[in-house]
Design a protein around this ligand. Structure first.
Ligand SMILES: *[C@@H]1O[C@H](CO)[C@@H](O)[C@H](O)[C@H]1NC(C)=O
Ligand SMILES: *[C@@H]1O[C@H](CO)[C@@H](O)[C@H](O)[C@H]1NC(C)=O
Ligand SMILES: *[C@@H]1O[C@H](CO)[C@@H](O)[C@H](O)[C@H]1NC(C)=O
Ligand SMILES: *[C@@H]1O[C@H](CO)[C@@H](O)[C@H](O)[C@H]1NC(C)=O
Ligand SMILES: *[C@@H]1O[C@H](CO)[C@@H](O)[C@H](O)[C@H]1NC(C)=O
Length: 569
């Protein structure tokens, strides 16, 4: 099915374009072009080496220039029950497809799609992690399918035959047996050929149950088969029902009993994308329910985990702090905050990650805040994207050239420490910069993509996109917003359609502006809007929103019914 061109979520810009094209801007424009080409070169170095030495296996080992069939190893820390007869699923190619389109390499994209449609099969005796396979493989295929069928991209000269959708549907069907539990919470592991294996562990993570809705929801929208969306939604609702009285969640749980196993959680490993998907599902599918869930969960996080610019972990039952650690995965949070307009809070956390990056040259996996030292074993940096991702979002929101400098620092560090002849290698120990023989597929799907988009966002201007937690873009389509509430309709958008220059991305919604106290002292918003006149804090028109206390600019009522200074993409 070909998605229609869609401007329905477009919003009126009422800010910006105010500044003229100054000298410093033209200087930074030149820099952006130079940096963009540098990132394109990095991507192709990683991609070409994968294609030469590893394809069609899953990932590249850049030091020995060989491969690893790692799909079955993802999330499998103890490397249990590895398959005997599995030879890879071209994982890194699947993960590269949307990046190829974003970087404008249509020929290579088409080649990849043709190869996959003829040669990829999921009928393999391999036990895989549902969450990892969902975000990387299903997400990669769904996103690439949507890009291939977007007629404005002129891929396959308009004659794309939905091959990727067939593959995605086949994979989606193989996911379904995982959801066959008393609670509806899915098993973390499933054998692609045989379904849930005997004696399979019933332990899974919050992310494993709560971040399937974008990919599986999109698959249902595209195939018309509601089973994928229903399964993901049922799991999400069950998970939601397990929140504590503080509205917090744990990290691991049992899918057969619906009981928590690990009560401590934060915003990093095991939970991160659960929060992310509540908001992104709201943007992609327009259901009010997702927003309500996100809002409640977000406020609880800001209340119980946040300590200045840092986020610690806490026990969901008591709210008592458990671990004071900064982890590399947490660095996505500022990007999420930009989506809801909490830019000031995002900026202050981003600065802290930046300071740690500067200190070590990259971001260590875990840093002990209470001891101001590295975690004794988790000193690695596997080329993770999260810091680049947040930098990209913050730049989009603010256009502050400082974030371009940050991007340049990231690019330079990656080239200096991790580039080898055979690709890009992970760092085993950030104190010695000793390398590890692994180029993760997310380096192609996310790290390179977010860096590229930081320097060239032209892709974003054609459509509104939500990026999955693996960096795969999904267009925001009005046809997927069946239950679009009235408040989402900002003005009469038949008018907007005629003004394509007014299109903005959904990430431009600013619904939680930072507030200023009378003293002028800055405090961070906990995502509530005190000066909206209507009682439930929701706005219908711009008139409900008044003037922003920080900038004295008129605030406007967003698509989601919240007041804010909308940002410009
Ligand atoms: C597309 O990718 C292929 C493989 O990396 C490369 O040889 C080719 O030069 C790229 N084309 C463009 C336009 O970037
Ligand atoms: C499928 O794989 C075979 C073997 O590698 C290859 O010869 C063939 O060209 C592939 N199909 C496509 C469409 O690339
Ligand atoms: C499953 O667990 C039971 C009890 O621990 C054991 O006797 C049985 O051999 C296991 N089956 C498999 C296939 O591992
Ligand atoms: C981000 O924080 C820095 C340092 O605190 C400050 O100078 C800068 O103005 C902030 N930028 C935004 C967009 O809030
Ligand atoms: C937009 O305006 C047209 C013509 O004035 C009207 O028929 C339509 O119902 C309006 N749509 C919305 C969403 O207000």
């Amino acid at each position: 099915m070909v998605p229609p061109r869609d401007y329905s979520t477009c919003l009126l810009l009422f800010l910006l374009l105010l500044s003229s094209f100054s000298h410093s801007q033209s200087h930074s424009a030149t820099k952006k072009i130079r940096m963009r080409e540098k990132v394109r070169n990095m991507f192709h170095h990683a991609y070409d080496n994968y294609m030469t030495h590893a394809f069609p296996h899953d990932e590249l080992k850049p030091l020995t220039k060989t491969f690893t069939d790692s799909l079955s190893e993802l999330g499998n820390l103890k490397l249990e029950r590895l398959p005997q007869d599995y030879h890879g699923s071209a994982l890194s190619l699947i993960e590269s497809l949307s990046s190829l389109v974003i970087m404008g390499n249509n020929t290579e994209f088409e080649k990849g799609v043709l190869w996959l449609s003829e040669n990829l099969t999921f009928d393999v005796d391999a036990r895989i992690n549902l969450f990892e396979c969902n975000i990387r493989v299903l997400g990669g295929l769904v996103s690439a399918h949507l890009l291939a069928s977007d007629s404005s991209k002129k891929l396959f000269q308009g004659s794309y035959k939905n091959q990727l959708l067939g593959l995605a549907e086949d994979l989606g069907k193989r996911f379904l047996p995982a959801f066959n539990t008393p609670t509806g919470l899915p098993y973390a592991w499933i054998n692609l050929k045989y379904g849930v294996m005997e004696n399979e562990t019933t332990e899974t993570s919050t992310s494993g149950c709560g971040s399937l809705i974008l990919e599986m929801g999109a698959l249902s929208k595209m195939t018309g088969d509601p089973r994928y969306e229903s399964a993901a939604l049922r799991a999400l609702r069950k998970l939601w029902s397990m929140q504590s009285s503080l509205k917090l969640f744990g990290t691991t749980l049992d899918v057969s009993t619906g009981q928590w196993i690990e009560y401590s959680s934060g915003i990093g490993a095991g939970v991160d994308s659960f929060y992310e998907y509540l908001l992104k599902a709201h943007i992609l599918f327009g259901k009010e329910d997702f927003w309500r869930m996100f809002h409640s969960a977000y406020v609880a996080v800001q209340k119980h985990f946040r300590h200045g610019p840092w986020y610690h972990e806490a026990d969901m039952r008591t709210g008592r702090a458990t671990y004071w650690q900064l982890t590399s995965l947490q660095a996505f949070w500022p990007g999420l905050q930009v989506l809801i307009g909490d830019v000031s809070a995002a900026n202050s956390s981003h600065r802290e990650f930046f300071n740690v990056w500067e200190r070590f040259g990259v971001l260590p996996e875990r840093y002990l805040l209470d001891h101001q030292m590295l975690h004794p074993t988790e000193k690695y940096y596997p080329l993770r994207p999260e810091f680049a991702e947040s930098t990209f979002y913050l730049y989009q929101a603010t256009k502050d050239p400082w974030y371009i400098e940050v991007g340049e620092l990231i690019v330079n560090s990656l080239n200096l420490y991790t580039r080898v002849e055979g690709g890009f290698a992970s760092i085993k120990d950030v104190t010695t910069m000793q390398l590890e023989d692994h180029q993760h597929s997310f380096f192609l799907a996310e790290t390179c993509k977010y860096l590229y988009l930081l320097f060239d966002d032209s892709f974003m201007l054609e459509n509104n996109y939500v990026f999955t937690t693996e960096g795969h873009p999904l267009p925001v389509l009005s046809t997927w917003h069946e239950k679009l509430p009235e408040t989402y309709i900002p003005t009469n958008w038949t008018t907007l359609k005629r003004q394509p220059e007014n299109r903005v991305s959904p990430m431009s919604l600013q619904v939680c502006p930072a507030m200023t106290l009378n003293s002028g002292q800055h405090i961070e918003s906990a995502c509530h809007i005190p000066d909206v006149r209507i009682s439930d804090h929701r706005c219908l028109t711009d008139e409900d929103c008044g003037v922003d206390a920080t900038t004295c600019r008129r605030r406007s009522c967003s698509m989601a019914g919240y007041c804010g200074l909308w940002l410009f993409i």
